[in-house]
Design a binder for this molecule. Sequence first.
Ligand SMILES: [Mn+2]
Length: 242
Amino acid sequence: MATYLVSDIHLSEERPEVTQAFFSFLDSEYRHDMDELFLLGDLFEFWVGDDHVIPCAEQFQQKIQELSRSGIKIYMMHGNRDFLLGKQFAKKCGGKLIKDPTIINRFSQKFLLLHGDSLCIDDVKYQKGRAFYRKPWVKWLFLRLPLAKRLSVAEGFRDESKQESAKKQTYIMDVNQSEVIRVLRHFQCKTMIHGHTHKPKHHEYKVNQETLDRQVLGDWHSNGAYIGKITESGFQLVKFSC
Ligand SMILES: [Mn+2]
């Protein structure tokens, strides 16, 4: 009996080997004790609306639906690249969209799940953009643009983001440690699990004689990823290789 968590698969037509790596994880021995699977954002490299049909999304949908039908519960969270992924697509996968952040209680322990970009508050420009693009009316308007227009806007954003990232210092794009502690305190949790930074690691914070944990999941490559697993014995960051 286990809860699995993955993030940042960045599925795209350009990287079929990553789609295969992710599918081989789903077919691996991990499936035997998988009760539920949390997909913590950036499942896709970009998402401009559920009406944009791409082969890797169709394969993903079929595969996840197969898992769901076999009794595994599927939960999907938005990342910064696929925050336009809709309820309709999640439903087709047999999954449920969950909010960022979400608290889960497993084996008498509380875990705070996030994509992770909301913690990168040192990147002021990014946070301003994030707040704007996620306004319901902005999303509503964008999704009403013709598909070709949405694709060109998304491409422009990706180019801009690449250029911006190259200019920024690494610490700016990482999470802010005080924000991590503030958020954990706010939600009264001791452990958070997130992705986004692509820096898989266990971080510990000693605050007033209390230990807080931050578990970071890895991004996916053709040879696998660091995934999260919750069992009776707690949280484990596991390297899945294929
Ligand atoms: Mn991300």
